[in-house]
Design a binder for this molecule. Structure first.
Ligand code: ATP
Length: 243
């Protein structure tokens, strides 16, 4: 039987009196590449923040690695790459490799392991040429890549990504998707929000479609099947092409 990494049961959430999510239930299994699609404002980021324990709800339950997200001590197995990683203060003093290295040291890795993990992550994301540059002096896309490297450096078991390729150039975007695919092939579970429908249908093995009053999980990336859901949530017919 497949191992459940994330369990969401009867989850609802409102900001004050605005209901955003209503009675969602789903599981994410070890090794899934779980894509999340939906129009602006449908609640995708809110759902991810709830799954990460960054915000909480009184209605419903979320478990990660079998423990309630509110009490889990396994947060070191989780990484998050947000939409806004690159909104960075230019006066930030550390270089890319110092940022990654110090984040690894702060979660308990020794100096030797931290150095090796830092260089592995830098190589995987293809940012060796900017490793010695100060984060604050990099472009938005370069900063986003640095934060992606930081997020994968600790070898997490699950990575949550919220529109991770916003601001990243076309060539690097392809490189990024391949890197995530490679991590997924090695057993890392990926949960990714994206507006890039063809990337999701190319890489994800399961796809959640969130609309105003609908939530549907597709148990494969079958394009014909997903097109029907997309028509419902976006209100118009779409023709999908794969990458
Ligand atoms: N902190 C907040 N306080 C109040 N309302 C919020 C807050 N964050 C989000 N919302 C509202 O909740 C709804 C869902 O927002 P959310 O960011 O989860 O959507 P999304 O599907 O991720 O959108 P997008 O595709 O534009 O990123 C929106 O109507 C938004 O205005």
């Amino acid at each position: 039987m497949k191992e459940k990494i994330l369990e969401v049961k009867n989850l609802s959430f409102s900001y004050k009196d605005q209901k955003v999510l209503s009675d969602l239930s789903f599981d994410v299994y070890k090794g899934d590449y779980f894509g999340i699609l939906g129009p602006n404002g449908s609640g995708k980021t809110t759902l991810l923040k709830l799954c990460l324990g960054l915000i909480s709800s009184k209605e419903g339950k979320i478990k990660i690695f079998g423990e309630d997200i509110k009490d889990t001590e396994q947060k070191n197995k989780i990484s998050y790459i947000s939409q806004k990683s690159n909104a960075f203060n230019v006066s930030f003093p550390a270089t890319v490799q110092e940022l990654i290295y110090s984040s690894l040291r702060s979660v308990g890795y020794d100096s030797k392991s931290s150095k090796k993990m830092t260089s592995d992550a830098i190589e995987l994301v293809g940012i060796g040429h900017i490793a010695d540059r100060r984060i604050g002096n990099l472009s938005g896309g370069q900063q986003q890549k640095a934060f992606i490297a930081k997020a994968i450096s600790s070898k997490p078991e699950i990575i949550f990504l919220d529109e991770p390729t916003v601001g990243i150039d076309y060539g690097s975007e392809g490189f990024f998707y391949e890197a995530m695919h490679m991590l997924n092939q090695k057993g890392v579970t990926i949960c990714m929000i994206s507006h890039d429908i063809s990337a999701i249908t190319s890489y994800a093995n399961r796809v959640a479609c969130i609309g105003e009053d609908t939530f549907h999980i597709h148990e494969s990336n079958d394009i014909m099947d997903i097109e029907t859901s997309l028509k419902k949530i976006y209100g118009k017919k779409m023709r999908l092409v794969t990458h």
